[in-house]
Design a protein around this ligand. Structure first.
Ligand SMILES: [Zn+2]
Length: 391
């Protein structure tokens, strides 16, 4: 029993000592805690003990450090919009791993977004040549097209949405200016070069004139189609294919065709482009805004498909309905590919082509290519990329 009593005494003594030690430590740590808090408020040390201190400012400081800054000049603007999530939430996330892994800032800019973030995005895209016109802070079609273009040229998913990855690339070291591939000078005749790509990234020179131009009136009689311009021209092979196609439609009971636009020279395209710009400016837009708006529907001189002599705008003469609502359009959707034509611009592909849908614009690419494009649903840009990859 002595031994047990002895043990009890020791135990009680130890307990008392521990209690005293605990009390001392509590007082000490409380004092220390105040000190620590005072320090923390100044330096914003991101540890769990300072959780109560100004989280928002710490988060702001962190995201300011870790936000890729827009190449120098615009750095001051950048951090304000990269944390669209509530500050407290962002702080929690940012501080969770106290080690300095990149802040998971929630960047998400897409069609319909607006504000300073979009503005900075647009400014950056402009700097690099992907976007023309004003940085108006509205994420519209032109901005989306520019983002898609940027993504494609940087090996990113071309979804037109600016998430973390696209944002970092855009403001990172690997971001490069738009690459414009000059069209090879050798566009001779037709056969091997019909899926000839002309768009914003693949302009033709201002002195480019297609070979084998013919007057459409010499090939297509007015009983098949009337011409808006009696002197309209096109590349011979394409004009003959157009004739065959329209004759087939008529044989199916779908007539009343009009050829509204065909080959256009650089100067003609320039006139059309400038007319649109002027019209928008009369509506009160600034010059750069008018240019952006024009570019959604009219190609810059040198980048129009009409410059190739392989594209035709068709119309119906027996109705004033929008072409998309006509029997002529329905017939073309079903059959144009059989004659080597594709509907070049559709709303589904406007991200890729950079143009809104144009139901009336038919592009000759030759039967073989048109068939493959019809079967796969690829637009010309996608098809050529696919062809290139397949080689
Ligand atoms: Zn057209």
């Amino acid at each position: 029993m002595r031994t047990r009593n002895g043990k009890n005494t020791v135990f009680m003594f130890s307990a008392l000592a521990l209690a005293a030690l605990a009390a001392f430590l509590w007082i000490f740590s409380a004092a220390k805690g105040r000190e620590y808090r005072a320090e923390a408020a100044v330096t914003a040390v991101p540890t769990s003990t300072v959780h109560a201190i100004n989280l928002a400012s710490a988060a702001a400081a962190l995201s300011a450090q870790e936000t890729p800054s827009p190449a120098g000049t615009e750095a001051a603007d950048a951090p304000t919009y990269v944390t669209p999530v509530p500050a407290a939430l962002a702080a929690e996330e940012t501080l969770a791993p106290p080690t300095a892994s990149p802040a998971p800032t929630a960047v998400y800019l897409a069609s319909g977004s607006a504000g300073e973030g979009v503005k900075a995005l647009q400014q950056r895209l402009r700097e690099l040549g992907y976007l023309e016109g004003e940085a108006d802070g509205q994420f519209g079609r032109a901005t989306k097209a520019a983002v898609v273009l940027f993504q494609k040229q940087h090996g990113l998913d071309a979804d037109g949405i600016v998430g973390e990855k696209t944002w970092r690339t855009l403001f990172g070291d690997s971001a490069h200016a738009i690459e414009v591939t000059p069209t090879p000078a050798a566009f001779h005749g037709v056969a091997e070069s019909v899926p000839f790509l002309v768009n914003k990234q693949h302009p033709v020179g201002n002195d480019y004139v297609p070979e084998h131009l013919v007057y459409i009136a010499d090939v297509i009689p007015s009983s098949v189609a009337v011409l808006a311009d009696a002197k309209a021209q096109g590349v011979s092979e394409a004009v003959h294919a157009l004739k065959t196609m329209l004759e087939a439609a008529i044989a199916d009971g779908v007539g009343h065709w009009k050829i509204r636009e065909a080959y256009r020279t650089y100067d003609a395209q320039k006139r059309i482009f400038n007319n649109y710009v002027n019209k928008y400016m009369e509506d009160g837009r600034s010059r750069s805004s008018a240019i952006s708006a024009t570019r959604l529907t009219v190609a810059d001189p040198g980048t129009s498909e009409h410059h190739t002599g392989l594209a035709f705008d068709l119309n119906a003469t027996n109705t004033s309905d929008a072409f998309v609502d006509t029997a002529q359009y329905v017939w073309l959707v079903r059959h144009c590919w059989e004659y080597g034509f594709v509907i070049r611009y559709t709303d589904e592909k406007d991200d890729v082509t950079g143009f809104l849908g144009e139901e009336w614009h038919y592009r000759y690419v030759g039967v073989e290519h048109a068939r493959k494009m019809h079967e796969t649903g690829m637009c010309l840009e996608e098809y050529l990329e696919w062809l290139g990859a397949a080689e």
